[in-house]
Design a protein around this ligand. Structure first.
Ligand SMILES: Cc1cc2nc3c(=O)[nH]c(=O)nc-3n(C[C@H](O)[C@H](O)[C@H](O)COP(=O)(O)OP(=O)(O)OC[C@H]3O[C@@H](n4cnc5c(N)ncnc54)[C@H](O)[C@@H]3O)c2cc1C
Length: 141
C-alpha cells in the first residue's frame, strides 16, 4: 500500500508542477508565486520522506526482521501523507482543472482515500503499533 502511495504522490506532484509551469495568471506562470512554490516544495519533501520510510521497511523485510510495527507505521504514515499531497496537487491546479475530471489529479485524490481504509484501516494500524510499543516499554520495566 505504501509503495503504491509513493507512486501516486509522485504522479500528483508531476502533474501539478508541469501544470504550474504552463498555467498563467496575472501575467506569469503560477509556478512563480511563492505560495504555489511552498505547496510544491512541501509535496516534494513529503514524497522524499515517504519513499525513505518505505525503503527502510523494505530493508527490514530483506533482512527477514520482524516488520509488524515498522510495517504498520509505514502503511499508516505514508497513506496519511498521501491525502495531503494529492489534496495539494488539486489545490495547485485549482477548481477548473484540478477538481474536474479533465486532468488525472481528481482521480488520484479519489483513489487515494481508500488507502487509509484498505489492508487494515489506519486506526487499526495504530492499535498494532501501540501493542508493540506497550510490549517494548513493558520489557524495560
Ligand atoms: C476498494 C476496496 C477494496 C477492498 N479490497 C479488499 C480485499 O481485497 N480483501 C478484503 O478482505 N477486504 C477488502 N476491502 C475491505 C477493507 O479491508 C475494509 O473496508 C476495511 O478493513 C474496513 O472495514 P469496514 O469497511 O467493515 O469498516 P469498519 O470495520 O466498520 O470500520 C469503520 C471505521 O471504524 C474504525 N474502527 C473499526 N474497528 C475499530 C477499532 N477496534 N478501533 C478503532 N477504530 C475502529 C475503522 O478504522 C473505520 O474508521 C476493500 C475495501 C475497499 C473500499
Amino acid at each position: 500500500m505504501a509503495t503504491i502511495a509513493v507512486g501516486m504522490m509522485q504522479r500528483a506532484l508531476d502533474e501539478a508542477a508541469v501544470y504550474a509551469l504552463q498555467r498563467e495568471q496575472f501575467g506569469k506562470p503560477i509556478f512563480e508565486f511563492q505560495m504555489v512554490q511552498d505547496m510544491l516544495a512541501r509535496m516534494s519533501a513529503k514524497i522524499v520522506a515517504s519513499r525513505a520510510l518505505v525503503e527502510h521497511t523494505m530493508r527490514l523485510v530483506d533482512e527477514e526482521q520482524d516488520v509488524q510495527k515498522d510495517g504498520a507505521i509505514t502503511k499508516q504514515f505514508v497513506t496519511d501523507v498521501l491525502q495531503e499531497v494529492v489534496s495539494d496537487a488539486v489545490q495547485v491546479m485549482g477548481g477548473g482543472n484540478g477538481y474536474t475530471k479533465e486532468y488525472p489529479v481528481e482521480k488520484i485524490m479519489r483513489d487515494a482515500k481508500v488507502f487509509q481504509i484498505m489492508e487494515g484501516t489506519n486506526q487499526i494500524q495504530s492499535i498494532v503499533i501501540a501493542r508493540r510499543l506497550k510490549k517494548e516499554y513493558a520489557a524495560r520495566l
